[in-house]
Design a protein around this ligand. Sequence first.
Ligand code: G6Q
Length: 552
Amino acid sequence: MATSATPGYTPKAEPLAKRKAWLDLQNHYQEVRPQHLKKLFAEDPQRGERMTAEAVGIFLDYSKNRITDRTVQLLIQLAEESGLRSNIDAMFRGEKINFTEKRAVLHVALRAPRGTSILVDGQNVVADVHAVLDKMTEFSNRVRSGAWKGHSGKRIRNIVNIGIGGSDLGPVMAYEALKHYRERDLTFRFVSNVDGTDLAEAARDLDAAETLFIVSSKTFTTLETMTNAHSARAWSVAALGGDEQSVAKHFVAVSTNAAEVTKFGIDTANMFGFWDWVGGRYSMDSAIGLSTMLAIGPDHFRSMLHGFREMDEHFHTAPFAQNLPVLMGLLGIWYTDFFGAQTVAVLPYEQYLKRFPAYLQQLTMESNGKQVTFDGSKVNYATGPIYWGEPGTSGQHSFYQLIHQGTRLIPCDFIAFAQPLNPLGRHHDMLIANVFAQTEALAFGKTPEQVKDEGTPDWLVPHRVFQGNRPSNTILATRLTPEILGKLVALYEHSVFTQGAIWQINSFDQWGVELGKVLAQRIIPEVESRTEPSLGHDSSTNNLIRRYRKLK
Ligand code: G6Q
């Protein structure tokens, strides 16, 4: 139900389904749907060169999409009619565009250059950002050099990040992505799950005297993180002779909640702050990235920030027709809302990016998995698609079958780099040949005639036909560096923003994760109770609780 007025931020645009470009796109879709990419390429030999965009070292080939030049024009018109430009400006100005939580959305301030100014409630937040970065730098240098000593005087060799959601997925992804650049003498582990196995396996072979825990939690109240942090603390203190003083040398915090950090026993001198205008899933370049900085060093971390910043500037200033995040966001809308595609596959041909799809799942799905618009009315169109993926070529021997020959349309983002970080014989050429082969096979397929000409018996022909006409983007950069990683992440952050602005949803809250958390708090005492609790759930939940209590 629409409410009369949304307090705070209210973007000015017609309801999506009434915008002229939307209606035009609906008609245009009927023209494009029956057309095969094979025909589009045959009729337009320049297409593969023209339908590309390049900025800040990232090349995007979007020619193998089911679009014409008119599609791009209409999508850009849709972006304009949706007020995308003013939405972007509002974010960069620090307006409280996360209106359901009354917060600014300023991950772009995390990478703003020293000396610039972005105001939130009259305060320049860029100076605060750099103060924290300087503190992280100093701390990282001390740990990496061995100057920071554990309780028993040994240097730190193991770092365990405890966090979940946005306080875990970014750090894990960045650690894996930038492993090539990391300090090899330090061991890194990441613990997120409240399943005790996660912590038990992470700590099993570590010497507590050489282990530093980073408790990463914006709120410092998250059930999983605080449970893991308390268990880690007990493990560490016990192993260090029961001396509570040891916590000061083996635990640091990344949080906005100084009071809870102090209560836990961490000196706020060892706390790295961030702010409520940084959303969890947009926080890997804030102090939440402390483990990243410890792994790759402050210089590489700053060059990652530089990469983020370059993409921010591109997004902020480039015309939509050349704007990488805008183009990618719009293509996503084209498939989601017109072709009815349910998912997007992200396929990095770079082993170091193995956690990138998992990271993007939170970024995209927690951001745009929404069904009410700014004014509280229910959408009458599809919003955020399901993101998923695995690195190539491994995925080719698994789920690609469905992408090639299944009944669903799955737009794919292929991500590849011209230069390998681990050159090894012919490996890299083979890897990249596979990227090109996959996008070619998806787009152009193989006709029954071609299959027959290969001598295939008639009965087998239908099984070996590839329909083709399956869309993909190819994202190509020279080499996976910290800087390029920043650019890639910002590319997706801003493409999520583009989509949210057009769908008129708030991409920056996450109320959908609340209910389960609340219900778990109610059930925890019921499963723990020594006496039989009286249960007031539905019959299924009651029955499951009783069975669990019997079996445990
Ligand atoms: C992300 C979400 C969520 C959050 C976690 C951890 O945008 O807000 O994933 O990051 O719930 O929260 P804390 O950092 O407060 O522990």
